[in-house]
Design a protein around this ligand. Structure first.
Ligand SMILES: *Cc1c(COP(=O)(O)O)cnc(C)c1O
Length: 463
C-alpha cells in the first residue's frame, strides 16, 4: 500500500511516511494509490461491533506494513478510551428517516478528536521506533488547535506549539488550549487574525533551515492519516442503520472538505452511500462550485459556525484528482490558477462526475439560528451552529426510504453564545469537563513576527 501525490511529482510513500510528511514535496496531497475494498459480507459483519473493532477493520487495509495488527489495535484502544460515550459515535433520531451522528464525545468536544487522538498515538509509536523527536506547529481558529494539544499532551517525542488569534477564539476553545499542564504543550496567542497565524505557519515551513533544524511537522487537516480515521464512523453509522442491505445518505457540515472526503473514501471502499451532501455556511465556495462549475475564492465572512469559515477548501484537491482521472499535471495546473487568478473552472466532464457523487446546500446565518431554535423546540435537541448548518441542508435532501445521517461536528457547549442566542438555553459542559473554568491558564502572547516566533520555539525545545 503506497501513497501518491495529487500533483504527480513527489515520490510515493508508505503510510507512516506520508503521515509524518503531511504535505507532499510537490505541494500536493497524499492519496492511496488504490483504495482497498470490503465485501458486502465484511461490511454486514460490522453491524453492532464495538467502534474500536470497526476502526481496526476499516483502517488496517490502508496501513501496509507501517504498523503491525497488534500495535494498531493497541493505539486504537488508547485513542478512543478517553471518549465520554461507550459508543464513541452514537446515532440519535431527529425525525422520520433523519439521524444525527454525534461526533462530539471526544476530549475537546469536536469531531477532530477522532483523527487527532489516533495520530497522537501513531506519531508517538513511529518516533519512538526511530528514536527521534518532532516539533508540531499548528495554526487554529479554535477546534484544530485544541484537538492537537489534547492529542499530543505528554507525548514524549513531540513538542506541540499552537498559534491562535489572541482574543478571537471562544473561551471554551481557549481554555482547552491553555489549561493542559504538560511541559510539551505551548499555546501561543498571536496578536493578529487567524490568517496571520496561518501565514506565519506557512513561513516557518518555507524556511527550510528552520524547518529542518527543529524537525517541523504538521498535523493539519490535509494529513492523510486524519482523513482515514474519519472513514470509520461512516461505516459504524451506516451498518447500524442497515447497510449494506440498504443505502444511506450523509450530510456533512463542511469547511476544508476533510470530513466529507472521508465519506467519499467509505463509498469507494464499498459502503453503499446514496448521496453525500456538502453543507456550507455563508462561506459557500463549494456549494457555488457544484452549482456553477466555477471554484472562486472570496473574502471570508465571519459566521456563527467559525470552524467552517474558509476561503479555500484544501482537501477538495483530493477529489479533483479523482474527477480528473488521477491526472496530477491537470491538478497542478488548477492549483496554479487558484494561486495566480484566485479560481478556476472545472471541465464539463469533471463537473459531471462531481455532481454524480455529491449534492450541496448552504445555510445563511438566519437559517442556522432558526434551525438551532427549531431543533430545540421540536426535536428536543441542542445543536451546535455547525451541526445546525448540516441539519438545515439535510432536510432539503431527505428522500423516502433512504435514511439521512447528519454529522454533528461539535458539542453545543463549545459554541455557547450562538446556542444561547437562538434558544435562551446556556448549553452545559459535560460533567467530566466541568472544572475547565477553574483550572489555571498558561499561554504566551506573541507578536505577529516570524523571527520572534522562531526564536521562541528554538528556546522552548532546547532550553
Ligand atoms: C473542522 C470543523 C468542521 C469542518 O470540517 P472539514 O473537515 O474541515 O470540512 C465542521 N465543524 C466543526 C465543528 C469543525 O471543527
Amino acid at each position: 500500500m503506497r501513497y501518491i501525490s495529487t500533483r504527480g511529482q513527489a515520490p510515493a510513500m508508505a503510510f507512516h511516511e506520508a503521515m509524518l510528511a503531511g504535505l507532499a514535496s510537490d505541494g500536493g496531497l497524499y492519496v492511496p494509490e488504490t483504495v482497498p475494498t470490503l465485501t458486502e459480507a465484511e461490511i454486514r459483519a460490522m453491524a453492532g461491533l464495538p467502534y474500536e473493532e470497526i476502526a481496526f477493520r476499516v483502517m488496517m487495509p490502508f496501513l501496509g506494513n507501517s504498523f503491525t495488527e497488534e500495535e494498531f489495535r493497541t493505539d486504537i484502544a488508547t485513542a478512543y478510551g478517553g471518549f465520554g460515550h461507550d459508543a464513541r459515535a452514537p446515532l440519535k433520531q431527529l425525525g422520520p428517516n433523519h439521524f444525527l451522528l454525534e461526533l462530539f464525545h471526544g476530549p475537546t468536544l469536536a469531531f477532530k478528536d477522532f483523527a487527532m487522538q489516533l495520530i497522537g498515538q501513531l506519531f508517538q509509536r513511529e518516533l519512538t521506533r526511530r528514536g527521534s523527536r518532532v516539533t508540531i506547529v499548528g495554526a487554529t481558529s479554535g477546534d484544530t488547535g485544541s484537538a492537537a494539544i489534547e492529542a499530543f499532551r505528554g507525548i514524549a517525542s513531540v513538542d506541540v506549539f499552537i498559534l491562535y488569534p489572541h482574543g478571537r477564539v471562544s473561551e471554551v476553545q481557549r481554555r482547552q488550549m491553555t489549561t493542559p499542564t504538560e511541559d510539551n504543550v505551548h499555546a501561543l496567542a498571536l496578536h493578529g487574525h487567524f490568517d496571520d497565524c496561518q501565514a506565519r505557519l506557512k513561513d516557518m515551513f518555507n524556511d527550510h533551515g528552520f524547518r529542518d533544524g527543529v524537525r517541523l511537522a504538521g498535523v493539519n487537516s490535509i494529513n492523510w492519516a486524519r482523513v482515514l480515521a474519519q472513514v470509520v464512523y461512516y461505516f459504524s453509522a451506516a451498518t447500524s442503520l442497515g447497510a449494506p442491505d440498504r443505502k444511506i445518505s450523509f450530510t456533512v457540515p463542511t469547511g476544508n472538505f476533510g470530513d466529507i472526503f472521508a465519506g467519499y473514501i467509505a463509498r469507494r471502499m464499498g459502503l453503499p452511500i446514496d448521496t453525500l451532501v456538502i453543507a456550507t455556511n455563508q462561506n459557500d465556495i463549494l456549494h457555488r462550485c457544484l452549482t456553477t462549475g466555477a471554484y472562486e475564492t472570496d473574502a471570508v465572512i465571519p459566521s456563527i459556525s467559525p470552524s467552517m469559515d474558509i476561503q479555500v477548501s484544501s482537501n477538495f484537491e483530493r477529489l479533483l484528482f479523482d474527477v480528473y482521472d488521477r491526472d496530477g499535471a491537470a491538478v497542478a495546473q488548477l492549483m496554479d490558477e487558484l494561486k495566480t487568478k484566485g479560481g478556476f473552472t472545472l471541465s464539463q466532464g469533471a463537473l459531471t462526475r462531481l455532481r454524480e457523487g455529491f449534492a450541496s446546500g448552504r445555510a445563511s446565518e438566519d437559517e442556522t439560528s432558526a434551525t438551532i431554535t427549531r431543533a430545540r423546540d421540536t426535536m428536543n435537541e441542542l445543536l451546535c451552529p455547525h451541526s445546525a448548518v448540516g441539519v438545515h441542508v439535510a432536510e432539503q435532501h431527505i428522500e423516502p426510504g433512504v435514511p439521512m445521517v447528519t454529522l454533528a461536528t461539535a458539542h453545543p457547549a463549545k459554541f455557547p453564545a450562538a446556542v444561547e442566542a437562538a434558544t435562551g438555553v446556556h448549553p452545559p459542559l459535560p460533567p467530566r469537563m466541568e472544572t475547565l473554568y477553574e483550572r489555571p491558564e498558561r499561554l504566551t502572547e506573541v507578536p505577529n513576527d516570524l523571527g520572534a516566533l522562531q526564536t521562541l520555539i528554538r528556546e522552548r525545545i532546547d532550553p
